[in-house]
Design a binder for this molecule. Sequence first.
Ligand code: IPM
Ligand code: MG
Length: 352
Amino acid sequence: MKIAVLPGDGIGPEVTHEAVRVIEALGLGDIEMKHAPVGGAAYKAYGHPLPSETLEIARLSDGILFGAVGDPDCDSLERHLRPEQAILGLRKELTLFANLRPAKVFGGLENFSALRPEVAGAIDMVIVRELNGDVYFGEKGFRTTANGDREGYDIMSYSESEVRRIAHIGFRTAMGRAKRLCSVDKANVLETSQLWRDVVIEVAKEYPEVTLEHMYVDNAAMQLVRAPGKFDVVLTGNLFGDILSDQASMCVGSIGLLASASLGERQTAHGTFGLYEPIHGSAPDIAGQGLANPMATILSAAMLLRHSLGQAQAAERIEAAVAETLSDGVLGRDLGGNAGTTEIGDAVLARL
Ligand code: IPM
Ligand code: MG
């Protein structure tokens, strides 16, 4: 079993280190982990945020454990050299188009939600976000209009096939859960969204057991804080999914707790090839101080074991150890506690 470990920038290396310790502690046998640089770290060492050696190590693995990218030193570089291009490049180059972002409140942690505990306690959803298209990957640039006004532009588009393949993931995810799918778009304004909606309705015919609902993204943002417990699976595009998943994280309690899997169609010897990362960023303000909460990355490692390595039982063991650690009150600063990165890692290991 081959895992590519790409720690990246900021707190990425610290949180990834803890997740690696957790995987090692499981004693699953033949696991080979290869580390490679990405993001600002890779730019500084090799002049590119996604060096071809890193991409190859990622491509040849069964699953990728990814930390975070983003470095203020790199913010004024040309866009194609910025750290964020590493994650966007991996998603695109490896056709990892389906991003699963589960958001569930851990029992006993309802009080950490930004919402009232009785509202937060009901949260148990998965956001299925498309990752290879939308305004993220359309033509973009700067231009100057005839009267000298500077203009920036990013073209938003989705093709029918792109919507179809992510819609299938959304419906299949719903089939494995409470069979309710809410497709989020902005079809009252955007043609991209109108096509999205039309295609989702077509795909729905293949899943008669799933109850499909459509919601405009502004309303979805509101419902997410009003009654988040009503969502089961949320299916949405790249941009809306980016925003709603950060919002969902605070409904759960902390962005330091949310993991994600980015999957494509390629099968490996043990499961589906994928990339796993916490949904938080590189948090440069607290990097290198041992303060970051590694839970989201540890939970991402659990998803890697489940989806890419066929180790569902090991994944459940990790998730149970994380839940126990939290309910025992070992909390990072993001949750109002004072446990540091290593301490949280140690606490999870002790419970494993
Ligand atoms: C995420 C991040 C990325 C995104 C950035 C780092 C490019 O915010 O994974 O949600 O926008 O997709
Ligand atoms: Mg984001």
